[in-house]
Design a protein around this ligand. Structure first.
Ligand SMILES: O=C(O)CCC(=O)C(=O)O
Ligand SMILES: [Fe+3]
Length: 792
């Protein structure tokens, strides 16, 4: 478990210096007695969060817990109260809009009246409390960040029950957060941590009732389903209203606009926020449930049917059909209900609250569609890519932030230690994950490598032996790193140059990995020292030395990047280290998909350019002289790692130990230095029990492979056990009833798989026959049974 110490928090401390001290003092005086937050109205969640962060960085773990939990508590108090004020004031009207002198005047007059109402309400409830919070802090609370800090601080003082609950709560809203997945995994491995510690501290009433309803459904306790699901729908609409009301204060206006423009822009932003309430709320145990509210009515209609309350059952069926018109299962149920005495078309009139909810959402969707298609958003808005480099170092959880801050620091240290200077970044180069850095080689070193390329370089090497692969006006020759080592053995070049080749390419790999802040290691796929020499010095040229292309896909005429063979689709990043500038032309450039130039780089000795292999780029014509570079293509897939570096390393080590061997063996003429594909890479695995039993030709298509020996008998059994374990849990999990199964699926199986399992259950319930789980089947048949029961 990576629990950071002495870490720098990358958080804008909103409450620094004096204020923090005051807050801390107040809270310290209050000590245990601080739960009645409204009594201390001027202490806000923002202040407490800041105090919590300070406590965290000063390693005051229990203070950190205390402040974080109070911050969370106050955030709830504040948001609930705010929503309540807005709700109370929605109906406050003074001016008659029915017979207005001027309708618009009356409407806005009422807004003035409502605004006053909200202000009065806030004054009564919040008293002297400041009412201006930074968007960053609000976002942190929405994403449950305080729980992240809370769990770390609790962990530090071995309060595992608190830590586990906070970690679990955070994870439910931040499912992809790998650091927290690892933390949960770690907590679970502790003997003192019990399953029941993993509780969702942010569970909303509608979720609790929903879970109970599904549990009751699984027990076939139909009255229980009715009671809990009715409560769940009521609570859901309430929560939805609150969520929408909270959207109403969240807009930051940047520009001076007309009165009406201002209102429209503000309104659109609020609308956009409201639209996301469904996405936010339709979750159980953090798992999104499609058509959540419709699903509730499906459960209800079935439960009412089971207890013989057909009027209610029909009403719920009708409500379901409001949300899912034409749903086959429900239409069939409807037909069946219609055959019952006392049930007519009116029995299917949707519930009033559901109808209101539906109308609102539908109207908003219509409005948003209009806005999407017609509204002229201010076109001066430009994408601010100033922070793109920093984006590479952005994290979510406290753990992540600390790790990333450390990585950024490491990178800076690495740059300092090697004397590298960043010359251009994503902003100047007009693309993410691009960098130009100087200082990789001295002039002398560039000279050695150039000489190496010229002595040992093979014409067309690396280009299927074509000496002019891209333009007839230039000749290419190159040398791979293992070939360079062989030249040392053949006494054609000195050891220093070959070692430099090996070492500097490794530095390029390390730097690219660090700069791009990659989560997994980079491997060499192909390393090539290459020179291009102008054949017609000084002639006018309209062609390029290297046409616009990407290094891992085929560029189509309409600018698409097709990840298909024969492109080297496993290449992920490219590094080009230039060796000279005494030539004409030959600028490297990045291009758009429409082939227009985005930015260019002038080669010079020791200058590295690194970028994503899928970025389009090219080289302008070399109109005179020779241009040399060390080009390295990296892959994230170990399978495609080239063996040349190992070979070179071993040979050079042997020659260092036995210098007598140098010059004894005749250097071979054979050139086998074409880029290494899968077959060569697989040889790496031959040493570790893996045997390739069939490849592309045997299996009748590209990129196919079968191999034995990837797991031992024991490992296979382990995996089977795991699968069986999940199978069992799966059946207990079908109603999303056990938090443990959600929790376990995060570590036992991968997240998408767990998500899929949950999605299947949700979907299946709504009658999709393709689902295979027994529970789902049961629900489909149960649905159909209704029909059959009355047909027969
Ligand atoms: O040498 C350069 O600047 C770029 C070469 C290149 O893009 C390539 O070989 O794929
Ligand atoms: Fe390229």
């Amino acid at each position: 478990m990576a629990a950071p110490e002495n870490s720098k928090i990358r958080w804008r401390s909103v409450c620094i210096g004096k204020i923090t001290v005051i807050v801390c003092t107040i809270l310290t005086i209050l000590t245990q007695k601080c739960s009645a937050l409204p009594d201390f109205p001027s202490v806000t969640y923002e202040m407490m969060y800041s105090a919590g962060l300070d406590a965290y960085s000063n390693q005051k773990w229990s203070d950190c817990m205390k402040f974080m939990s109070r911050a969370i508590e106050d955030y709830h108090f504040y948001t609930e109260t705010l929503a309540e004020c807005r709700r109370l004031c929605t109906k406050a009207n003074k001016f008659n809009t029915q017979k207005p002198v001027d309708m618009q005047l009356a409407i806005f007059g009422n807004y003035v009246y409502k605004s006053n109402c909200i202000r009065k309400c806030k004054m009564t409830k919040f008293k002297t409390r400041p009412d201006n919070y930074s968007a960053e802090v609000d976002e942190a609370f929405e994403n449950l960040k305080p729980y992240d800090y809370y769990q770390l601080c609790a962990f530090k003082i071995q309060l595992y029950q608190h830590a586990a609950a906070a970690a679990y709560t955070f994870l439910l809203s931040n499912k992809d957060n790998e650091a927290m997945q690892k933390n949960i995994h770690y907590y679970r491995s502790l003997p003192q941590v019990k399953d029941e510690f993993f509780v969702n501290l942010e569970e909303k009433p509608y979720q609790t009732h929903y879970i109970r309803a599904v549990e009751a459904y699984n027990r076939e306790d139909w009255l229980g389903v009715i009671e809990s699901m009715e409560k769940s729908t009521r609570e859901y609409f309430k929560e939805h209203r609150t969520c929408r009301l909270l959207c109403e204060g969240k807009v930051e206006q940047e520009q001076q606009l007309d009165f009406i423009e201002n209102i429209a822009d503000y309104f659109i932003k609020v609308l956009d926020c409201k639209k996301s309430c469904g996405q936010k709320l339709d979750k159980i145990y953090g798992q999104f449930i499609e058509d959540f509210i419709a699903g509730c009515y499906h459960y209800l209609q079935f439960a009412y049917f089971k207890v013989g309350e057909f009027n209610h059952a029909s009403e719920c069926a009708g409500t379901y059909l409001l949300f899912k018109p034409g749903d086959e299962t429900m239409e069939a149920n409807k037909d069946a209900y219609l055959r019952l005495k006392g049930i007519g078309p009116m029995s299917f009139t949707p519930r009033e609250d559901a109808q209101k909810h539906y109308d609102l959402i539908a109207f908003e969707a219509q409005l948003l569609k209009y806005i999407d298609e017609h509204y002229m958003f201010d076109i001066t808005e430009v994408i601010d890519d100033d922070d793109e480099f920093d984006d590479l170092f952005l994290g979510d959880s406290a753990d992540e932030l600390d790790i990333l801050a450390k990585k950024k620091h490491d990178l800076e240290e690495f740059e300092r230690a090697h004397g590298f200077q960043v010359f251009a970044g994503p902003k100047e180069l007009k693309g993410k994950k691009r960098v130009v850095v100087d200082g990789f080689l001295t002039d002398e070193q560039c000279g050695w490598l150039k000489e190496l390329a010229n002595i040992g370089g093979i014409k067309g090497d690396g280009y299927q032996q074509y000496s002019t692969p891209h333009t007839k006006h230039e000749m290419y020759h190159g040398i791979t790193v293992d070939k360079a080592a062989e030249l040392v053995e053949g006494a054609k070049i000195n050891m220093t140059a070959a070692e430099l080749y090996l070492n500097v390419s490794e530095l390029m790999r390390q730097y690219t990995e660090k700069y791009l802040n990659l989560a997994s290691p980079l491997y060499f796929h192909f390393t090539h020292l290459v020179c291009r020499t102008s054949l017609d010095d000084g002639e006018e040229r309209t062609d390029l030395s290297h046409p616009i292309h990407a290094d891992n896909c085929i560029m189509t005429t309409d600018g698409k990047c097709l990840k298909k063979l024969p492109a080297f689709i496993w290449r992920d990043y490219t590094g080009l280290l230039y060796l000279n500038d005494n030539f004409e032309g030959g600028e490297f450039f990045f291009a758009d998909r429409n082939k227009s130039m985005q930015s260019s780089v002038k080669p010079k000795c020791g200058r590295l350019v690194s970028f994503q292999a899928s970025d389009y780029h090219g080289v302008k014509a070399v109109t005179s002289g020779q241009r040399c570079a060390l080009a390295v293509w990296f892959t994230l897939d170990r399978m495609y790692q080239e063996t040349a570096h190992d070979t070179a390393f071993q040979l050079l080590a042997k020659l260092r130990e036995n210098p007598d061997l140098i010059g004894q063996k005749k250097e071979t003429e054979k050139d086998d230095s074409v880029p290494v594909g899968k077959t060569k890479a697989l040889e790496v695995y031959d040493d570790s029990n893996v045997q390739v039993i069939a490849t592309d030709e045997d299996l009748g298509g590209p990129q196919r492979m079968a191999a034995d020996g990837l797991a031992t008998e024991e490992e296979c059994q382990e995996l089977c056990k795991l699968a069986n374990g999940h199978g069992k849990r799966g059946s207990g999990y079908r109603g999303h009833v056990s938090p443990l199964s959600t929790h376990e699926s995060f570590e036992g199986l991968d997240v998408p798989e767990a998500a899929e399992a949950a999605a299947v259950q949700g979907d299946g319930y709504r009658g999709k026959e393709k689902q295979s789980s027994p529970h789902t089947k049961h629900e489909i048949f149960a649905g159909l049974n209704v029909v059959h029961a009355y047909k027969d």
